[in-house]
Design a protein around this ligand. Structure first.
Ligand SMILES: [Zn+2]
Length: 142
């Protein structure tokens, strides 16, 4: 577990990087007017690094929102992976057994809702190894 302050600093860096990436470096192929209307503009470079940008509040809001939602998604994947890793093989086996039983009841009896089915499906992910999520997280970090 990382400290909240570390997460905040990492998120801040991620948002700043996303804003830098969103700034057009002149390769969008649009007119200056079109580009200015759609994209954040570079304003000052300092030692080869974009230091000051210019744009509308909505342009910044879109970039920050996308970065935050991406970070939240990665965090949820991380939480799911941590929960899965916390289960011993015996616990995983018993959880699978219990979920199979629950699934049989849902299929064979009335009175269960879509929400009940969603709960079983959601819990089912705890019984699976999730190497795909690990790989996606590694790929997401730049
Ligand atoms: Zn442009």
């Amino acid at each position: 577990m990382t400290e909240p302050t570390t997460n905040q600093a990492a998120l801040r860096d991620r948002i700043a990087a996303a804003i830098r990436e969103a700034a057009c470096v002149g390769d969008c192929g649009k007119t200056e007017e079109e580009c200015r209307a759609e994209r954040i503009q570079p304003f000052v470079w300092h030692h080869g690094r974009l230091a000051v940008v210019e744009g509308t509040p909505e342009q910044f809001a879109d970039v920050v929102l996308a970065a935050v939602l991406s970070a939240v998604g990665a965090r949820q994947d991380e939480t799911a992976a941590t929960e899965t890793a916390a289960l011993s093989p015996a616990e995983r086996t018993m959880l699978t057994y219990a979920l199979d039983q629950a699934q049989e009841h849902i299929w064979s009896r009335d009175g269960f809702t879509d929400e009940d089915q969603a709960a079983v499906d959601s819990l089912r992910r705890l019984t699976m190894e999730q190497p795909a999520i690990r790989a996606r997280q590694d790929g997401a970090q730049r």
